[in-house]
Ligand binder design. Structure first.
Ligand SMILES: Cc1ncc(COP(=O)(O)O)c(C=O)c1O
Length: 386
């Protein structure tokens, strides 16, 4: 009801919320140097508003939103060498990875049923040591054992280690295209070769790299193949709310074949294939807006700038005699003393450390050259007596 009192109350609540938000650190400030999300496109925010009351989880009332989702899956399928493509918009990489392993389980159980196999297995998945922590959650959630495969010096998965971990309990092998700490791309072709003939589900986690690698290829960077062009890749996670420039939350999961997992829900008059029952169609609308607005050219230019800025930072660090790891994507790792790291954090820089102790920076689209210059100036000041 619109009364004077309600209007005042509304204004007060919004002021309270703005005050809370003042405590948050925003991407525009330029201090966030280790997030995999970024400031979304304005058009994505607008798109979300149009669909603010639509639940993508209820097919009876979201025909338009479902069409949008299909179009997004088709577009990203084309990008990842898959036509026709199946899949969903999700809330992000974690949900996509969960759904992928659920699908691997559904297929394994189906195959066992069809072939009359009675022996119970203790399901296991093989994930590189560099895998995202969502796989540890999957283990807890689904009661699946996660076997961690060893890694090579370049932080990619070691194929021999994967081979040695495969046994009758293995239901899926996971490869990563752009791992969280280093941006390294696993040898997905090698993994596919290992899985071939063993009826093993191969999932590629390209939550971060999915919206980068195809556009690096267009600029003739020598980066590994990772997509459905490789026979044997069953599903791919790719996140629009990372380098896809969409609003949070938005992930995507694409399947080569129509997924088998679903539950029947009589009150929704049909099958439900998602993980979340209720899902914001605004995420799909935002994704559609980004894909249409940027197109391949727009994404290529965004990736070009991120890589140029990564190189700019790398060169600046080298000039300060700081040891860096050669970046594959827009993630840069380097070696500085703990005291200097702590000083940078005290100064307000949002940076992070990898499990191996490197300082890790992710150069996202919100990070501009001016921010990097400022960061390098602080580093120079702090390391001048080294
Ligand atoms: C490779 C990879 N997979 C999965 C995820 C999880 O994504 P989200 O945080 O959207 O759940 C991340 C997040 O950083 C990631 O880097």
């Amino acid at each position: 009801m619109k009364t004077k009192q309600n209007e005042i109350r509304e204004r007060e609540i919004l002021t309270e919320l703005r005050n809370f938000h003042q405590k948050d650190i925003t991407f525009s400030g330029g201090k966030i140097l280790s997030s995999m999300c970024t400031k979304p496109l304005k058009i994505a925010e607008e798109a979300r508003k149009i669909f603010k009351e639509t639940n993508l989880g209820d097919k009876r009332i979201s025909e338009g939103a479902i069409e949008i989702e299909k179009e997004c899956i088709r577009w990203v399928g084309d990008l990842l060498n898959l036509n026709p493509a199946y899949g969903f918009i999700t809330s992000g990489g974690t949900e996509s990875n969960i759904l992928a392993i659920m699908e691997a389980r559904a297929r394994k159980r189906n195959n066992m049923k069809e072939s009359g196999e009675k022996e119970e297995i203790t399901e296991e998945i093989i994930v590189p040591e560099t895998g995202h922590f969502s796989f540890d959650k999957i283990s807890f959630l689904m009661g699946i054992k996660v076997r961690k495969a060893g890694i090579n010096d370049d932080f990619t998965v070691n194929l021999n280690s994967v081979k040695n971990l495969i046994n009758k309990n293995t239901i899926a092998v996971v490869g990563i295209a752009g791992n969280t700490e280093y941006g390294a791309i696993d040898d997905i072709e090698g993994l596919a070769e290992i899985c071939k003939g063993k009826n093993l589900y191969l999932h590629v986690d390209a939550a971060f790299g999915g919206f980068i690698i195809p556009f690096l290829k267009r600029q003739n960077y020598d980066v590994r193949n990772f997509d459905f062009g490789i026979e044997g890749v069953d599903s791919i996670t790719i996140d629009p709310h990372k380098m896809g420039m969409n609003i949070i939350p938005s992930g995507m999961l694409l399947f080569r074949k129509e997924p088998k997992f679903s539950v029947n829900v009589s009150y929704l008059q049909g099958k439900h294939e998602r993980l979340l029952g209720t899902f914001p169609a605004g995420s799909a609308a935002g994704c559609y807006a980004c894909l249409k607005f940027l197109g391949e050219y727009g994404y290529t230019e965004i990736v070009r700038e991120c890589m140029e800025n990564t190189k700019y930072l790398a060169d600046g660090l080298r000039r300060n005699n700081i040891e860096i790891l050669n970046p594959v994507l827009n993630i840069l790792n380097f070696n500085i003393r703990k005291e200097i790291y702590n000083k940078l954090v005290e100064t307000g820089w949002i940076i992070s450390k990898t499990s191996a102790g490197y300082t890790r920076i992710v150069i996202m689209p919100h990070t501009k050259k001016a921010h990097i210059k400022k960061f390098l100036k602080d580093i120079k000041q702090l390391t001048k007596n080294e």
